[in-house]
Ligand binder design. Sequence first.
Ligand code: SF4
Length: 281
Amino acid sequence: MPVVRDHARVFDRFLFVYPVISRRSGGLSLGVNLNPDKRCNFNCAYCEVDRQTPGPAKTVDLIRLRAELSALAQSALRGQLGLTPKFAEVAALTRRIRDIAFSGDGEPTMVPNFADCVRAVIEVKLALALADTKIVLITNATGLDKTDVKRGLALLDAHQGEIWGKLDAGTDAYYRLVNRSHVAFDRILHNLTITAQARPIVIQSLFMKVRGEPMPAPELEVYCGRLRDILAAGGSIREVQAYTIARPTPEPWVERLDRADLDSIAAVIRARTGLPVMTFA
Ligand code: SF4
């Protein structure tokens, strides 16, 4: 689930980290890409990651990850990031690191050493005294039931961690249409539920036009029911982030929603679930 990247050339030497001004984070977010190999067990119809070209690394080198994150964070704190052309207009935002986000070219919970990666990020956060900086895991939820991932989540819980889990569908059929994964939809729902039972989570949902049509009303109704199911099972959802396509997509049959359509979907979710819903059009 990649956020919008800013490939400032000066940062191109980094393999595992990248800086971005993120509306969802409200400022500077340092992205941690655990999947330079572009591995993902979803194949979202709207995914902007180019999987035709192979990625440069297959495993996460923890020493390099720690060194890169530390260097990037220090360059932000010293004001050097704001001096680069890409960030010139938002220089004031670049000195405060709002979050460090596991979000890259694939699914972060697929790496075998996820908990070690979380530990490496926490070490940098502590070493640089980034007391106000959150650590966000942006995930498609497929790996949230894995033992090693649960260890990583527990570490996140103790260090201002947040989990933003993807849910783009209500029914199995719509899930297969837009996320195109071999992972069972039930497992996604189960994983979101058990994770939300352990701490409040954020649900991230991408809404789009499929063959010219926004999500049909019955599908949206089932989607809202899924959120209510999580709440009824004792899960806690802090907010729903409803967003739409921002970049060119690999499939011509999906398109971004306009602001009015996204707002009406958000209004339905609020009315049916009672949850706070933020929109990003
Ligand atoms: S979950 Fe979907 S959007 Fe995110 S990297 Fe995988 S295919 Fe792309």
